[in-house]
Write a protein that binds this ligand. Structure first.
Ligand code: SAH
Ligand code: MG
Length: 233
């Protein structure tokens, strides 16, 4: 049955309508352990949601993540893509967001490359993806997310996880340029959606609300800070 589904399940609408996880494989425990110990900013329950969505979505079209960092979210998403026909495009320039630069709140000296005198998360990212045995399921894309999206013009993707730059300009740019590539029934997952402003920056929340006000996207709930939107038209 699984093989039949993998080959013939082309109707994107099925992506959104199914709440039934019975036909899904569990995450391999060694990959879960690696994801839990990888540096990064994602809870286990958020990761599990991404794993399940990627497992369903990768049956119909490629999945995309914006903001690979050290590969924490990548491991959950790529592990899901192992079961599908399509891979994960994992986009990051690996130069870090504003808040990850020296002197800022999320600066990590272990990710600072002394040779080039700047942040570089690529070696740690590749180490984690390789250890998890997931290099075959991931296409790492080194570049600015909006520039990459422009090069994807005309292509179709089944889900996009947006966790790159967290300024309003960044989140909105990612949403505008990537959302148009998502097939009906496909997903946009916005990370760091905080309904209470005391919990964190409000840019992802603003984009979350604007997306729904267009009528093209409906909420499939917020888990932790992972807001899940389904394309309804
Ligand atoms: N998803 C990760 C965390 C991402 S942190 C996890 O699970 O832990 C944000 C990442 O977005 C950083 O690695 C940064 O380099 C990247 N980033 C920020 N702005 C970007 C842009 N415009 N294009 C590509 N990557 C960007
Ligand atoms: Mg985040």
């Amino acid at each position: 049955m699984d093989l039949v589904r993998r080959i013939f399940s082309r109707d994107a609408r099925e992506l959104a309508s199914s709440d039934d996880n019975d036909d899904l494989a569990p995450m391999r425990s060694e990959v879960r352990s690696l994801a839990l110990t990888a540096k990064g900013f994602l809870s286990e329950e958020e990761g599990d949601r991404l794993f399940i969505l990627a497992q369903r979505c990768s049956r119909v079209a490629p999945c995309v993540e914006i903001g690979s960092y050290c590969g924490k979210s990548t491991l959950y998403l790529a592990e899901g893509c192992r079961y599908g026909r399509y891979n994960l495009f994992s986009v990051d320039h690996h130069r870090g967001s504003l808040e990850q630069q020296p002197g800022e709140a999320y600066y990590d000296p272990e990710l600072f490359d002394q040779k080039t005198q700047r942040h570089n998360s690529l070696p740690e990212y590749l180490k984690n993806v390789e250890r998890a045995g997931l290099l075959d399921c991931v296409m790492p894309v080194l570049g600015d997310s909006v520039s990459v999206a422009k090069n994807f013009a005309g292509l179709q993707v089944s889900m996009v996880f947006i966790d790159g730059g967290h300024s309003l300009a960044n989140v909105e740019g990612d949403f505008v340029h990537w959302s148009r590539l998502v097939i009906p029934g496909g997903y946009i997952c916005l990370h760091d959606v905080y309904l209470n402003p005391e919990d964190g920056g409000q840019a992802p929340r603003q984009v979350w609300e604007r997306a729904q006000s267009t009528g093209s996207w409906r909420s499939s709930g917020i888990l932790g800070s992972l807001g899940v939107l389904v394309r309804c038209r």
